[in-house]
Design a protein. Structure first.
Lengths: 145, 143
């Protein structure tokens, strides 16, 4: 979140941290299998989680610098839809390949952090600058030869 | 589109532009890179994972080292990998999302409306091999 009254200073950054810092899993944690429903060929997906325990780092600088943050709870629903572009990516340098659909996405969310609660506007009022779903494989599942 | 707004801001620097999370990533990484030169001991690699069942992070973008992640579009190519775990075969999604949120002070009841910009949300679901090399089924969220 950004506060217009403070010159659009960032005032919240919710994420689960980097574990272990700095070269561990980046803002990623295991979630229940039923949190995700995907139709990759159609560009549709739902990613929905309730009461996820994360940290509020305040701003991304603190999140990057390994600050402890404060406990926070977030719930969200993200919906991908539409097909603007289909593409097959093979990146041998990065070691991954995938078939993706680019389209749009929208999100509603809520959170509690410290003395504040947050409730987004309805999902339909949100927008995306970039949205992509698909299938991919990397690491030992990416044939390099 | 955010890119259009960035281009407009570059052409008209007097017009104030909200600093999005991804835009700030680029600034912060410049700071981190400078810190790495001055004090490389701050970023000594420590490839220690909590348990054998845990997923292993992707090698990640050289632009984002020491972190193990790719950031499509602003830091990396639009075709950069969305997943954050390696040895992974499954479905994945990524989105940069914008909207408004109402913040309520639970002590005073004061309410205001703030924008959220380019919130980076991702998921991964499928087979992965953790540090112990065994295949497992799992679902992971990036918040």
């Amino acid at each position: 979140m950004y506060d217009p009254s403070l010159g659009f200073q960032q005032v919240n950054d919710f994420n689960p941290g980097i574990n272990p810092y700095p070269d561990g899993l980046f803002w990623t944690l295991q979630i229940p299998d039923d949190s995700v429903s995907v139709h990759p060929g159609e560009g549709g997906a739902i990613y929905k989680v309730s009461n996820l325990q994360v940290r509020d780092f305040g701003d991304i600088g603190s999140a990057f610098n390994g600050a402890p943050g404060v406990p926070a709870t977030v719930s969200f629903e993200v919906r991908w839809s539409g097909v603007e572009q289909r593409l097959h990516i093979t990146d041998r340098a990065a070691g991954f390949a995938g078939q993706f659909v680019r389209g749009g996405a929208q999100m509603s969310w809520s959170a509690v952090s410290g003395d504040y609660s947050y409730q987004s506007d309805a999902l339909e009022t949100s927008s995306s600058d970039f949205a992509e779903t698909g299938t991919e494989r990397n690491g030992v599942f990416f044939p390099r030869s | 589109m955010r890119q259009d707004r960035l281009l407009r801001a570059l052409r008209n620097p007097r017009k104030r532009l909200p600093v999005s999370r991804r835009r700030f990533i680029r600034t912060s990484l410049g700071t981190l890179a400078a810190g790495a030169v001055v004090g490389p001991q701050l970023f000594r690699p420590q490839m220690a994972y909590a348990a054998g069942t845990d997923p292993i992070p992707v090698p990640g973008s050289p632009n984002l080292a020491p972190f193990h992640v790719w950031a499509p579009i602003f830091v990396d190519s639009i075709d950069a990998e969305p997943a954050t775990i390696t040895n992974f075969n499954g479905v994945a999604g990524i989105a940069y999302l914008n909207g408004n949120v109402t913040r309520t002070n639970l002590k005073t009841g004061a309410v205001d409306v703030l924008p959220f910009l380019d919130a980076d949300m991702r998921f991964m679901q499928g087979v992965y091999r953790g540090a112990d090399g065994k295949p497992r089924q799992g679902t992971f969220g990036f918040v």
